[in-house]
Design a protein around this ligand. Structure first.
Ligand code: FES
Length: 260
């Protein structure tokens, strides 16, 4: 087998070499190297030529008798109309439709915010000025098989901002004593946001440097992201722990098909 492979490789190499050598020889000795100018001419056909083409087409159609053989003609058109259906069958192989799965996260009214470092419920006093705190919804089991999927949608970051520094009125209403909660998932292509600049309240996505202003509705102030970060409305429950008052105001993640 190895001798056969060796001789195949050798003969294939020799064949390619001689084809190349022949092409070079053709170009150097047989092809003319005189430059020939070919003036442009009108591309549009003359009326006579057009009339001739139409006459030929009509004659060809008449000869084929397609007009008279209705069964053949109709089955041919029917078959052509059915061809696109094969694409539908191919697309079905991509799996079930996502339906509402991409629009919803595990956040819901009354779900407590769990600190991702301590795995304990967060209280307002745990959120200090100048720090970025990450949270996940209560009841999300790190051992569960879909933990990464759920976490990828529900990951939350919290910062405390002087209420007077919050420019957006709705954002102020959705905060609790200056604590604002936004999705941690960048709206460009979904990297986790991780850098916070306390003086400006800007957060930076390390992947392509999109920068969001958390004091102004997480508006994009730099970079390729096309949308602000979705906000989560938060409050405090009877035990004094931070809780969600609903789901995010918009689908999280990579611009979500322009939020369609
Ligand atoms: S994923 Fe955040 S800027 Fe690209």
């Amino acid at each position: 087998v190895s001798a056969l492979n060796f001789s195949l490789g050798l003969t294939l190499g020799a064949a390619l070499f001689f084809i190349g050598a022949g092409a070079v020889h053709w170009a150097r000795t047989l092809m003319s190297d005189v430059e020939v100018a070919d003036d442009r001419h009108p591309i549009e056909a003359t009326p006579e030529v057009k009339a001739q083409v139409m006459a030929d087409f009509a004659a060809g159609a008449a000869e084929s008798a397609i007009g008279r053989r209705k069964l053949i003609r109709n089955t041919m058109f029917g078959a052509l109309a059915l061809v696109p259906l094969s694409g539908v069958v191919l697309l079905r192989d991509l799996g079930p439709l996502p339906e509402k799965k991409l629009r919803k996260t595990l956040w819901a009214e009354g779900k407590q915010l769990i600190n991702m470092n301590t795995m304990k419920p967060l209280r307002p006093e745990h959120i200090t000025v100048g720090s970025l705190t990450f949270a996940m919804p209560e009841g999300l089991d790190p051992e569960a098989h879909d933990f990464q999927t759920q976490m990828g949608k529900a990951a939350l970051m919290l910062v405390r901002i002087e209420p007077d520094d919050i420019k957006d009125k709705r954002q102020r209403d959705w905060a609790h004593e200056g604590i604002v909660a936004f999705s941690k998932v960048c709206t460009h292509v979904g990297c986790p946001i991780s850098l916070y600049e306390q003086q400006t309240h800007h957060v930076l996505c390390p992947c392509h440097q999109s920068t969001f202003d958390l004091s102004d509705g997480a508006r994009v102030i730099f970079g390729p992201a096309g949308h602000p970060l979705p906000q989560l409305r938060i409050g405090v429950n009877s035990e004094g722990n931070l809780e969600a008052l609903g789901d995010f105001d918009e689908p999280v993640g990579a611009a979500f098909w322009e939020r369609g």
